[in-house]
Design a protein around this ligand. Structure first.
Ligand code: CU1
Ligand code: CU1
Length: 401
């Protein structure tokens, strides 16, 4: 971050604190703990949805900052690099420093010190009305421990809790808990978002999840089937959000990290198996979510498999494909069984991903092991609801760099 980026970030945080918006996030986090204990669930913490729930939380928080200053992006705190002795992280013009041992660990430096008047704690889990930090004398997570976590191959395991073993999520959540306790004081309670470091810490956790996803392109959120007690399955809502883990699994179209370059790749249509007059294949790549490609249904009905081939213009590294089903007029043509193939020359293809998409209008993004390709082919093998032989698409977006 540049000095200007740091200043703009701090100013935006202080602005949303003053407007009351910041405290709605503190409240939401406090309520998440209350919800879980009242319902005997593990939504935000202690289960698989820990990662997608907090991703949703961070996306909303960053949007609140951007409503104040569109140039602001949420920074991440890589604690393997910036520990207790970091002069940038804990500087008086950024996060401020450790609390005072002689004064109840009150933070007395930086923009969130109580003396500035910027930072009264109004939504609390304890009686302290000011920000506190009590840095641990213990060590921070090592690069080796983070790398060992990233090398794990399974997102989560039964019993989908803090007792899960061999679980990427549970191991990462434990590292994460350790960092809450390392900063301690305000950060150790259920109202921990009262310390703005919370958001930088969670942004790093989210970044590590992203890195894990990139390293394990076929690994998905688990549990994927419906009906698992107490935790959200892949396509179940994460209260209080209607958002599902599936909706949070891929974020390159929304935001990206500086060490992960994947973004939507511009593409043109190289071939289509059929198109209905008025709904040409080009409508899948026109950047609009309201227009769509529809396979021909009159005067004759084109039968599956349907196919759309896109040309990236030059060879790129493809890491995902995003499919947005039609957004209006019902679900006819929503693709169920699919395959995504890649080619450097447009004639020899290798399959990068295949599967079955759910029968709804939400965006589906399938990750692909990073592959060099100029051409990307989406094959629609079945209609998601079995309504007919069609295929339709509001958007087909290759993703990569
Ligand atoms: Cu949390
Ligand atoms: Cu946390």
């Amino acid at each position: 971050m540049s000095a200007t980026e740091r200043t703009n970030f701090i100013n935006a945080v202080i602005a949303i604190k003053a407007s009351g918006v910041y405290d709605t996030f503190v409240k939401a986090h406090l309520d998440a703990f209350a919800y879980d204990s009242a319902n005997a669930t593990r939504i935000a913490h202690g289960g698989p949805a820990f990662l997608p729930w907090h991703r949703k939380f961070l996306i909303d928080f960053e949007a609140a900052l951007q409503a104040v200053d569109a140039s602001v992006n949420l920074p991440y705190w890589d604690w393997t690099v910036d520990g207790a002795s970091s002069t940038t992280m804990w500087a008086a013009n950024f996060m401020g420093g450790n609390g005072l041992s002689t004064d109840n660990w009150k933070v007395t430096t930086g923009p969130f010190a109580v003396s500035t008047g910027n930072w009264p704690l109004t939504i609390r889990s304890d009686s302290n009305t000011y920000l506190r930090r009590q840095f641990s004398a213990g060590s921070l997570p090592s690069v080796a421990s983070v790398n060992a976590n990233l090398a794990m191959t399974t997102f989560d395991t039964a019993p989908w809790s803090s007792a899960s073993s061999g679980s990427f999520r549970n191991t990462l959540e434990n590292i994460h808990n350790g960092m809450h306790n390392w900063v301690s004081a305000t950060m150790a309670g259920t109202a921990s978002p009262n310390d703005p470091v919370f958001f930088l810490h969670h942004c790093n956790i989210d970044r590590l999840w992203s890195m894990w996803q990139e390293a394990h392109p076929t690994a998905t959120y688990l549990p994927s089937a419906g009906g698992t007690a107490a935790v959200p399955d892949l396509n179940e809502a994460m209260p209080p959000y209607t958002t599902t883990p599936a909706m949070m699994e891929y974020h390159a179209l929304t935001y990206r990290y500086d060490n992960m370059p994947s973004a939507a790749l511009p593409a043109t249509v190289a071939f289509y198996s059929s198109q209905q007059t008025g709904n040409p294949a080009t409508y899948a790549v026109d950047g609009s979510t309201t227009t769509m490609w529809h396979t021909q249904y009159t005067p004759t009905v084109a039968q599956p498999p349907h196919e759309l081939r896109l040309d990236l213009g030059s060879t790129k590294t493809v890491t995902a494909l995003s499919y947005l089903p039609r957004q209006s007029g019902g679900l006819n043509g929503t693709i169920g069984q699919f395959a995504v193939d890649l080619s450097t020359n447009g004639t020899t293809w290798t399959t990068g991903a295949s599967g079955t998409w759910a029968d709804n209008s939400s965006r589906k993004t399938v990750r692909i092991a990073a592959t060099q390709a100029r051409y990307v082919r989406l094959r629609a093998l079945s209609e998601a609801g079995g309504r007919g032989p069609w295929a339709s698409a509001a958007q087909v977006l290759p993703i990569g760099f």
